[in-house]
Design a protein around this ligand. Sequence first.
Ligand SMILES: [Fe+2]
Ligand SMILES: [Fe+2]
Length: 158
Amino acid sequence: MLKEWLGMAEGILQDLHQDHEEVGGLIEQCLKTEASAERNQIFKEIMSMLTAHSEAEQQVLYKKMQKSDDEKTRSFVFEGINEHQIVEQQLQQMARTRNKASEQWTAQLTVLKELVNHHVKEEESTGFSCARNEFNREELEKMSGQFQRQKEKLMAAA
Ligand SMILES: [Fe+2]
Ligand SMILES: [Fe+2]
């Protein structure tokens, strides 16, 4: 009950957290799988989810945070965008490797996991606390709808 209420109060932050959990789960699942074809299928899902999530997050949340008077908030956004770019480069490189059962690809997947874990940790601590300072409950709720719509649009276009 309390959790549900907190979840509602968090608006977009709750949506972002859910996506982070989902992507983390998919990466683990991919690491546990050994067959290339199966890995390829899971990887496609990871790539489309991660790309749509990061873009929608930037377009809806980061864009507003970037205009903040608070230096900490702005530097979080700049670091976050840079990390999104690094994750995207990693995904592009991984997509090009045909044999996803190789040790090399497994290493790339491990690096992807570390990049995502690091980014999510910073986002959910520094990023979320800056966002809570910047926006009230109503604004966070409004951004939740915008984020979901934007993400759906991006996933449909991919
Ligand atoms: Fe995120
Ligand atoms: Fe992010």
